[in-house]
Design a protein around this ligand. Sequence first.
Ligand code: MGD
Ligand code: MGD
Ligand code: MO
Length: 765
Amino acid sequence: MHRNGPTQDIDESALSVTAPKEQAAGVTAVAVSLTRAVGEMGVIRTARTLARVNQVHGFDCPGCAWPEPTGHRRPAEFCENGAKAVAEEATLRTVTPEFFAEHSVDELAGKSGYWLGQQGRLTHPMVLRPGATHYTPIAWDDAYRLVTDHLGALASPDEAVFYTSGRTSNETAFLYQLLVRAYGTNNLPDCSNMCHESSGAALVSSIGIGKGSVSIDDFAAADLIIVAGQNPGTNHPRMLSALANAKEQGAKIVAINPLPETGLLGFRDPQTVKGFTSGVSIADDFLQIRLGGDMALFQALGRLLFEAEDRAPGTVVDREFVDAHCAGFAEYEKQVRAVDFDTALEATGLTMAELERTARRMTESKNIIICWAMGLTQQVHGVATIEEATNLLLLRGMIGKPGAGVCPVRGHSNVQGDRTMGIWEKMPEPFLAALDKEFGIVSPRKHGFDTVDAIRAMRDGRASVFFGMGGNFVSATPDTEVTEAALRNCALTVQVSTKLNRSHVVHGSTALILPTLGRTDKDLRDGVKQQVSVEDSMSMVHLSTGRLDPVSKYLRSEVAIVCDLALTLFGADHPVPWATFRRDYDTIRDAIARVVPGCADYNTKVRARNGFVLPHPPRDSREFRTSTGKANFAVNELHWTPVPEGRLILQTLRSHDQYNTTIYGLDDRYRGVHGGRKVVLVHPDDITELGFAENDLVDVISEWTDGTERSVEGFRLIGYPTPRGNAAAYYPETNPLVPLDHVAARSNTPVSKSVTIRLQRASHE
Ligand SMILES: Nc1nc2c(c(=O)[nH]1)N[C@H]1C(S)=C(S)[C@@H](COP(=O)(O)OP(=O)(O)OC[C@H]3O[C@@H](n4cnc5c(=O)[nH]c(N)nc54)[C@H](O)[C@@H]3O)O[C@H]1N2
Ligand SMILES: Nc1nc2c(c(=O)[nH]1)N[C@H]1C(S)=C(S)[C@@H](COP(=O)(O)OP(=O)(O)OC[C@H]3O[C@@H](n4cnc5c(=O)[nH]c(N)nc54)[C@H](O)[C@@H]3O)O[C@H]1N2
Ligand SMILES: [Mo]
């Protein structure tokens, strides 16, 4: 029943372009998802698998972190891209020792990430010895010893880096950070460093907790929902149902985006009969903002809100809320009243009428939610931008009441839970103290490396062991050439993975692939089925149970891998009961209950029908545990990036047919790009003005402030309705253009959404 992956790699010359789609989802989405799933898993496995996605006793969709509805769940609580994520994992295609014997690492390094991923699930632990050309099989015990020998040989634990990607369950995450801290380092970079780190930094400073303050039910109670810097039609498709539902209840929806993203502008809900035949326009207003213009927009809206208050005193500013709960209001008022509208119009590319209309919507609304994702976080001033959005909500008293609040929409399905469980290079003291008390260890207090600092350390030889708990570090991170050299600089690179990816073929002197169970796989310990738990974007924690037979008997669960590694590293008389944890995941949850705030009675509460919600003081009781003990109005100097002469500002984003570095297929259906990925979307007038024609092949060169340049070659120019001066291209192909030092202030997040580029006629046809 095993299948083989495709043998052909991408042929970019087959690329074709059609007009962008006006409506997302609908019948095509259902058809695409089923065809993909059947192709990977066959009919029976498809039916068994998709029926369990996001059901009460099923498994959590490994796609995005959008929550499940709390009440009635429809029989198909997933979307086209969730189905693709499931098919990608539940595939029957396999990558076996024979595959590795056939293909040298050099050969595999010449393949695209798409080709690698399509080969199927990894089946055996594999090792690449120093100087070897091929990976060969290794016994699990020998693999663990190889890792611990390397860790034991380091001059300091701080020379090892332990990365986490956001699919890892709470149980694994908790044990993994415990292993790393017991070993002696806080070097726990994660994908969040490249994702919502800016949201966390801003919200901790403004409201005292780095998580969103709304629940799924708040959407139906909102009367204004602002969606900024996010493409839910592709990346959080089930959010469109929540938005459509809110609209039916009378909410207005404003989309703020440089691109007219299909799902925001038109949507057919495939789960309703009506959705099969007719669609709705989700957004009542589409503000086509320039890249990086959001901070200026939010500040200008602040001034307009104060001016509306002047016209009708007592109607706009929620004095009671501000007086009782906020600090820094006077400073904020003073600064924002001085905002220069001309600058704001230039930075945003919007009209005064658009700003005024949006301000009016905000003054007329009783309940406002602001949602955002990577368009705001991956900016130089991402943290300040999110603070400015929060300022507007504080001014209107929109935190801690139904139908209102901040809503950072998370990416990976458990990226929020991983942080709750301690995956962070700078966990606060109370967490470390509780961990030490529970286990009788001494956690290090010195902050560890985040993602960018980890790359710098490996580049400079300050770290030489890399361990990846999931993810695809080499392809997800910026400045590909620098990062690849950094990984190659390591003595050992280890990847715990489900699928083959580029991080397996860009490696240290010794490299290990440790194949693991995914969310959909059955996990038996001594014949007893184990469950794991996850936390969604709205702080709901619930169980996930895999049901499929694993494609290979050599796969081990992530929990088992962490425990085995710990037993090899620390020996059997370590104070942490690793063997017990490995046998029965309930015992891990009991430990979590004693260490992690808000998790008391974890085993009981997580078994409730919809799981349980973690505490969120601002949402629950308007309590703000910040430096001032109040919600802080932030005062920020305006920052935006003008487009230099003859240049463009580039954002790197996701197509409709990928999950981060996992490429499902080559069709960005909604944007009308088919059969290839090496494209740059540019305004037709800019294409002409820069001396090119649509369809030309170009090299893209990024320019950095230190005078260095980076380039990618052979991209096709596509005329697209972006704002003038802005361009868009897919990640990860364009990661080589993002300089390692191009990071957001205060969050160190790579600035993937604002890279200065110039175009040049392609050097090779
Ligand atoms: N199918 C699928 N689902 C996914 C993922 C996936 O790859 N595939 N990835 C998951 C992950 S980890 C994450 S983090 C999320 C990502 O979800 P998104 O943040 O939606 O992902 P991106 O494709 O990066 O899209 C960024 C959006 O912001 C807009 N934008 C860019 N710059 C600006 C700006 O300066 N201002 C404004 N207002 N808008 C801007 C872009 O035009 C685009 O619409 O999705 C998650 N879900
Ligand atoms: N230029 C640019 N760069 C970006 C971004 C961008 O918008 N632009 N976005 C950033 C963002 S938001 C993120 S979150 C990161 C994503 O960074 P990562 O999380 O590191 O990348 P993914 O592509 O999600 O990882 C995919 C790999 O994870 C493994 N995997 C899948 N499921 C499991 C599992 O259950 N267990 C284990 N152990 N492994 C598994 C598979 O082997 C697969 O190849 O990329 C960031 N990089
Ligand atoms: Mo992400």
